[in-house]
Design a protein around this ligand. Sequence first.
Ligand code: GLC
Length: 738
Amino acid sequence: MKKLFLFASFIIMTMGADAQNVEQRVEDALGKMTLHEKIQVLHAQSKFTSAGVPRLGIRQLNMDDGPHGVREELEWNTWSPAHWTNDSVVAFPSLTCLAATWNRDLSRRYGHALSEEFAFRGKDVILGPGVNIARTPLNGRAFEYMGEDPLLAGEMVSPYIQAAQQNGVACCMKHYVLNDQETDRFGVNVNVSERALREIYLEPFRRAVDKAHVWSIMGSYNLYNGEHCCHNDILINRILKQEWQWDGALVSDWGGTTSTMQAALNGLDIEMGTYTDGKEREAAFGYNDYFLADKFETLIKEGKIPMSVLDDKVRRVLRLIYRTAMNPQKIIGSQCSEAHYEVCREIGEEGIVLLKNGPLPVDFSKYKKILVVGENGTRSLTEGGGSSELKTLKDVSPLEALRNQLSMPSSIDYAQGYYSGKPMYSKQEKLDSAKQARLHEEAVEKAKDADLIIYVGGLNKNHGQDCENGDRESYDLPFGQNELIADLAAVTSSPKRGEKKGTLIVVTFGGNAYAIPWLDTVDALVHCWYLGSESGNALVNVLTGKVNPSGKLPVTFAKRYEDYPYVKFGERAYPGIKGQVYYDEGIFVGYRGFDKNKTKVLFPFGYGLSYTTFDLKNVIVEVASLVEETLNMKQDAVEVTVNVTNTGSVAGKEVAQVYVASPNSKKKDMPVKELKAFAKTRLLQPGESETLTMTIPLDDLRYWNEQTHQWQLDKGKYTFHVGVSSTDLRTTASLNIE
Ligand code: GLC
């Protein structure tokens, strides 16, 4: 025990020493800075850097997109590429894919590898990860976020942040908050109940502040309570900085700052990307026109804003600089190393979700004629998408990886099947229907000779698909894919005289759920999110069974668009009317809403098949007391243990999910159940078991009481359902909490 205490205090001391050292350096620098130098560190000096204090030898802050890899170098002051020749990087899988792994250790390894790439490029701040909530399946940026549940998002984002920041590279969590659609993103005012704001939309941020101590957060473009979220009194001053005691720097989204007084008084610390020169267009080097530049300096000089307001901002910016740019422990990093590709592939392999199975895993050598159909079989899915776009050194497509698998690559034929135009940010180009029809016919023709068809489609990074600054127009797959898949299924299911029918495996990419009218006619369905540089290799390793899939859905796949909880409230609930959107579904987002409405869904939250089977039993719940190691404070918690056994014939991993029904879960304004803990087994051999232990602090069982404006823990019987999806609950235990 004594050793443990000594070790713990050593940890606290070193951490303390670092933190104390930073605070000393902050105060020292602050005391030496002139007024103008204090103002300069509060805003951009180029597209992606904010100023340091050259006179004092304090370096500028280098920020960069994005959550999935280091963006190619842009020119100093424009959005145009600088055409470097050494900024091709690893594209890691999308964050929705990371969420789908439900594997905290992979999240840690993701943050570690990504921060090595950021450090190597001389960057101090990763502009990400994003944890906005998938309340609508049409959100253009859902692929950058971590699903519909705040606990999953908060738990899966924290290790990524901790690992990056341990390397001296800050994360800038985004977009704080309620940026849950791209339609009218710069101006929409979100009307949401206090309870939904707290329990659903703020919760991933709160969790990451509490567990990962994220060093910077990016405000969002939209408004809440009539104020832009980049300078919002309730969200930043009252909740983030006072109630949560957050010591980081609040960075605006690019162009999200709209007023000097609000930026000064409502908690903005670093203003980035403002359009200067009348705010219509960006004047070259008009950085002194920024809202937190000359205008702010004048207000300070005139005593209209107290120096303490300025000093608080400067402290936060200096703290960010000393934690990163001026941190002697900041790593050198590396780029495109084999280790990075390994992490990239493993995250992809564990994020792929097997939704329907029959023929998988597949032995390609058994098939005479294999046909790959679909534009995503060859298309790069790392370009486009907006600010998360990447310039890669390697981007293995599914077709390439399939051909690499076989001794006779020629035995795999290819048909594009449909076309979607090039990746872009502007409006989707008008597609040529004659060309579309020709591609469709060619694919169906070729399918007649194939005994195995692998369809590779889904969404892509075009505007109007999975792309920033616009939402999807439809819940259906685009570019005529539903008709194409139906025709391919018809071909494979009508065997020529006496021959066995063909096999159709469908593989989709995309950041969100979509309608699947052809589900019954295909033999297997695999959803991949976006897998990054190792895309094809991760996919083929799963299709061949080299890796047994263990991904679980971080979003629900509803049967129909109309089933989504907000849809029945009409346009006001999405995309909003005249700049106002109302989250009328309240806390009933995703499975919370489908449970409440008793809606049968196609594939539930937390769902994912495996090539083996698992048994979950002997769940035990008991109250334990959890010692918060850093603050050395006691906190009561519920400890849930469950025994997981691989009852199948191949090795695999399973995710135990704990959904809790509170004593009032029958009441109309309470959720039926909520995810409160999860854990993933190691790779279990057939017949092998593992006992998983999950801890739920009692604080996590509270709900937000809108009368008292406080968190409240109801007394009474709590029921803990443990399962392998939100609807496949295997074992249950209850506990009375007084
Ligand atoms: C964009 C995005 C934000 C990105 C920033 C810099 O508009 O909203 O996520 O980090 O600007 O590119």
